[in-house]
Write a protein of this length. Sequence first.
Length: 453
Amino acid sequence: MTVESFDLIVIGGGSGGLGAAIRASKHGAKVALIEPGELGGTCVNVGCVPKKAMWYAAQMAEAQYIAVDYGFTDKPGSLDWPRFIERRDAYIDRIHTKYRQTLDNGHVTLVKAMGRFLAPDRIRAGDRELTAPHVIVATGSSANRLDKPGFDLGMTSDGFFDLRACPRRTAIVGGGYIAVELAGVLRALGSDVDVFVRGRLMSDFDEEMAYGLGDEMRQHGIRIHYRCQIEAVHEKDGVLMLDCDTGDRPGPYDAVIWAVGRHANTASLDLGRVGVATDAEGFIAIDDYQNTSVPGVYAIGDVTPRMQLTPVAVAAGRKLADRLFAGKAESKLDYHNIPSVVFSHPPLGTIGMNEQQARERYGADVHLYKQSFVPMQLALAHRPITTRFKLICVGEDSRVVGMQMLGPGVDEILQGFAVAIKMGATKADFDATLAIHPTSAEEMVLLGDRVPG
């Protein structure tokens, strides 16, 4: 068999893998990208893009009712799911086409096969054998499956995107970002939704904001069942019933969605053959430069234990390519102060530390500024959806180490503030910034006295 030689092999054609491959090719590297499925990975195919499309549809559904509250006389209608899915899928197809064109223009060799290690510098992909001094693993993650009776009667978050109609009654198992996002979308589109959570919602987020999100979800008509672990699913007379560890039998439901975490896609890579170390949960262990335990082998994106966000994977891949092929020896991604948004209803935004993290690190030096209000657009409609802002500061100069936002529009508001926080802004910098009135965003620069405690 002829062995094909490259400067870089990237295993995985998701956001991170594409970012690394394209950047490396721009630096003149000869690159092979191994991807058996559609380009774009989780984000484009069963994640960020189709999810945000559904979230926009849900926003339109809610906007109809707000319009009626304002005095418009049109009666709200339901979503034509098949028609909308056609639009969503066509949008995704255009992304696939753009990726293929970009790879062709960059002279990146796309190998449509599964890849596995033969040696640290040698990969078998289908009936081809490739070699390179640098190999990046960017195979992402997949939804967890549980060994519970009746698990397959439900669906994972991937299956949500196969729906062609809105279930009348939906049970969602889990309390993380996928669970709350799908709950909000389905409720806005007309489903009766129950969410089953073992602990609390959004366990990695600011506790106060997480409970606030729970309050707003209930305002939207979503029922949240805390401290309930689902043990089994049963089908009876065409509907689904659940077994809870408390002895309850919730149901009936037309759909059950499991949103119980994700695992790294590493089982088929033969990492053990070359000695690449993984952590206790199977994610590839890396240092700050994306290096694995094996020289010449790197990992980026959701296959690592770092933040599972598309921009993180893309930025890490590009920084790594700059280090390997552009002579930038210190190029690496700064994982501090990365903004993120949960597209719940309403959305939850965060950057930097939450209150619990800040107090653990800085103790009594932490002080808070908070504001809660009903946005003008919703107040006019007599809809009491509360926006909550929290600024977490430390020290005598009140340097901002964290920002938490919950409410309509925070997904767009947070990006600009993220720049300021990344630059080391203080509360005085916020105070010196004039407000844009009337907006929700202005409340962040009008925060008043410290919150005691």
